[in-house]
Design a protein around this ligand. Sequence first.
Ligand SMILES: *[C@@H]1O[C@H](CO)[C@@H](O)[C@H](O)[C@H]1NC(C)=O
Ligand SMILES: *[C@@H]1O[C@H](CO)[C@@H](O)[C@H](O)[C@H]1NC(C)=O
Ligand SMILES: *[C@@H]1O[C@H](CO)[C@@H](O)[C@H](O)[C@H]1NC(C)=O
Length: 299
Amino acid sequence: MAKLNAVVLLFTFVILLTDITTTTTVEAQGTNAKPLVKFKHDYFQTYQFENLFSKRNTPIAHAVGFWDYFSFINAASLFEPLGFGTTGNKTTQMMEIAAFLGHVGSKTSCGYGVATGGPLAWGLCYNHEMSPAQKYCDDYYKVDYPCTPGAEYYGRGAIPIYWNYNYGAAGKALNVNLLDHPEYIEQNATLAFQAAIWKWMTPVKKSQPSAHDAFVGNWKPTKNDTLGKRVPGFGATMNILYGEGVCGQGDVESMSNIVSHYLYYLDLLGVGREQAGTHDVLTCAEQLPFNPNTKLAAS
Ligand SMILES: *[C@@H]1O[C@H](CO)[C@@H](O)[C@H](O)[C@H]1NC(C)=O
Ligand SMILES: *[C@@H]1O[C@H](CO)[C@@H](O)[C@H](O)[C@H]1NC(C)=O
Ligand SMILES: *[C@@H]1O[C@H](CO)[C@@H](O)[C@H](O)[C@H]1NC(C)=O
């Protein structure tokens, strides 16, 4: 027990140290979002959001006061008419919320092996990359999405956005000038969730499914998909969002971590992980990437 305590203490100390050295000038601001629109399905409620992201406002988290239930609900309501959380029966709808939030939790977690409450309780701990090693400006896209001098396109958001062209495309879709103001994503939780849900709802290429379509079963795989072992389900959503960063490499940690968050949320939402399906549906361990050799928004 003493040993465990020492490990936890050490862990806390490392985090505090990291905080001191990497604190940026941008403070996470609470957006204090009010419910603008009621989420059509009142069965995803405040207490469930709190259960899923129970550690996000502890003092050692990195976006204290930033993320809240209403920012998610307000963002989700924009995409409800397109089917987000509203496709199929209640189970399917809850599963889509668990799946989407599973990506979010995994990508914004600061929970590691010894974190209190377990590593899966730490989703929404971050709202931006802490120590970006570069500005993520790709000149190849300078005609459509030129980098704004001084702007930095490091990872920000609920399913983090990287690179000028991804900020540009999200901004165009949401009608917000993210190319000039990528920082909006780490200042406004509603916008951060909107960008993430937009990503979930939008195919990388027109001929391909969105993560939403792949998850809810709107997508019919082609022959080529079948050859690449791509089947509808949670695994395919990882393939679409991250591609070869996590897929087609067996049960690697980068993939298992996302899956673990999804299963944990299925349990917390009362659906139960046994609904998640077989390994080939749940994971993308054996799938060929939809888009080999491309940098995707969220990788
Ligand atoms: C909900 O829909 C899914 C997919 O169509 C189906 O497999 C499942 O049996 C349905 N569940 C209930 C409770 O109707
Ligand atoms: C945050 O973003 C949402 C969605 O784009 C917008 O409606 C809202 O006005 C923004 N809030 C602030 C404080 O800028
Ligand atoms: C078939 O899949 C492979 C690998 O996933 C890909 O490189 C190729 O472009 C695909 N072909 C078509 C016609 O989509």
